[in-house]
Design a protein around this ligand. Structure first.
Ligand SMILES: Nc1ncnc2c1ncn2[C@@H]1O[C@H](COP(=O)(O)OP(=O)(O)OP(=O)(O)O)[C@@H](O)[C@H]1O
Ligand SMILES: [Mg+2]
Length: 405
């Protein structure tokens, strides 16, 4: 196309008026075709010059990016793209690319549509090359929500596998009360038969009451097993978005600080410097940290006799493509036996505890596709270690930061 245009411009002085006119018509037809192709793309397209002033945008871009002033608007004259993009994270990404002259980069974002739905997008920036020179950048925005949903579905299916194990242990637990009920009913039947055969008198009231009492107790046990099971398997409804955990944690811990001060417990915070984003639900992440903090405060208060100063440490760092969050205390700790039960619904050693705190924490971390581990020693302390995978594209960005490429 470029060669063709150069050849024409060389020969244009030799062309007749009608030849020039038909040439012009053909070229404007091509131009129109090109522009309607870009306009009809389902991906959003934005073109900026080397100064990041918007030059062109197609219709689809409006589905993904909100502008304070639309790029097509004449009043954007002199404004950079990142100055008119409303979404803080996207604007920051553009500004960062402009400041560092970064091209050939991709990043994922989550956006809320006007209908309140969360959608996942990737923004790819490639250089716009014209006559062997970089004339700006081409920004392409693609909707990857379906792909993300597939990943979440896959993760749910993996959770279903662990559900099978849980169901097997429930079946096992149900056996004991059912056995006890069956034995006591058989005993009652035998007593009634014996009475019928004898003097026709029904068995002693006290004897009947005792056996019915056992049956009722076992029915209560069965009920509890079923209720616990339902609580454990009911999914938490998580609204996953790509968010910066450090920002949220810093704010939340600042908010929780007075609770630690009130109990005269030191709160040490060591959050990692990487500005990584994770697929999380902000509200649920808060719930996890609040639950673990409350447990830590309680445990420290239980261990006052063994320590001079209670301390809770919240630490985050990156390790092997995972974001690790550790919450440790120098509280009363737990025996091996206790430790094996803490994630079970309704397991509590506290007079007013519900025993649902850690069950909820476990379920939330699973929704984040993460893991939770605990290390504990009696009278020394406990450490909860949460690990959450870093999404693919942020991983790439991380290696860019490290200069690995
Ligand atoms: N940091 C900790 N140190 C020592 N023991 C702990 C710690 N965290 C939890 N536990 C033990 O695990 C049990 C279960 O914790 P979980 O948060 O599920 O319920 P809870 O704290 O007892 O009740 P609730 O959360 O409703 O207040 C606690 O009762 C406690 O015995
Ligand atoms: Mg608790």
């Amino acid at each position: 196309m470029a060669n063709y245009n150069t050849k024409i411009s060389e020969k244009i002085s030799k062309l007749s008026d009608s030849q020039i006119q038909s040439l012009f018509e053909a070229m404007s037809k091509d131009n129109q075709m090109l522009s309607s192709i870009i306009k009809s793309l389902t991906s959003g397209v934005l073109i900026v010059d080397t100064e990041w002033n918007p030059l062109f945008s197609n219709k689809a871009i409006d589905r993904f990016i909100l502008f304070s002033t639309h790029p097509d608007d004449a009043s954007t004259e002199g404004l950079k793209l990142y100055e008119i993009v409303k979404d803080k994270d996207i604007a920051e990404f553009f500004k960062n690319c402009a400041d560092t002259n970064k091209t050939n980069v991709s990043e994922e974002f989550s956006i809320s549509t006007s209908g309140g739905q969360v959608r996942f997008i990737t923004i790819t920036i490639t250089p716009l090359v014209n006559n062997d020179e970089v004339a700006g950048s081409i920004i392409v925005v693609r909707d990857i929500t379906e792909k993300r949903n597939q990943e979440i579905l896959l993760h749910r299916m993996e959770s279903l596998a662990s559900l099978t194990n849980l169901a097997a242990s429930v079946a096992h637990e149900i056996k004991n009360p059912l056995g006890a009920i069956s034995i006591h009913i058989q005993l009652l039947q035998k007593a009634i038969e014996k009475a019928r055969k004898g003097d026709g008198q029904l068995p002693d009231e006290k004897f009947v009451e005792k056996y019915i009492g056992v049956v009722n107790e076992e029915i209560d046990n069965l009920n509890k097993i079923v209720v616990d099971f339902l609580f454990a398997v009911r999914p938490v409804s998580a609204n996953l978005e790509l968010i910066h955990p450090n920002e949220i944690l810093a704010k939340l811990l600042d908010f929780l600080k007075p609770e630690f001060e009130k109990e005269n417990i030191n709160l040490d915070i060591e959050l990692c410097k990487n500005d990584i984003r994770l697929l999380l639900d902000e509200k649920l992440l808060r719930e996890v940290v609040v639950n673990l903090s409350q447990n830590a405060i309680y445990a420290v208060n239980e261990n006052k006799a063994n320590i001079s100063q209670g301390t809770v440490t919240v630490k985050s760092f990156l390790k092997d493509d995972k974001y690790l969050l550790e919450i440790s205390d120098n509280g009363c700790g737990m025996s091996e036996e206790k430790l094996s039960k803490i994630f079970e619904p309704y397991y509590t050693t506290k007079a007013t505890g519900t025993g649902l705190g850690l069950t909820m924490v476990y379920k939330i971390i699973k929704e984040f596709s993460g893991d939770i581990n605990v290390e504990s020693e009696e009278n020394v302390g406990t450490k909860f270690i949460i690990s959450i995978p870093v999404p693919q594209l942020d991983k790439k960005l991380l290696s860019y930061e490290k200069g690995e490429k």
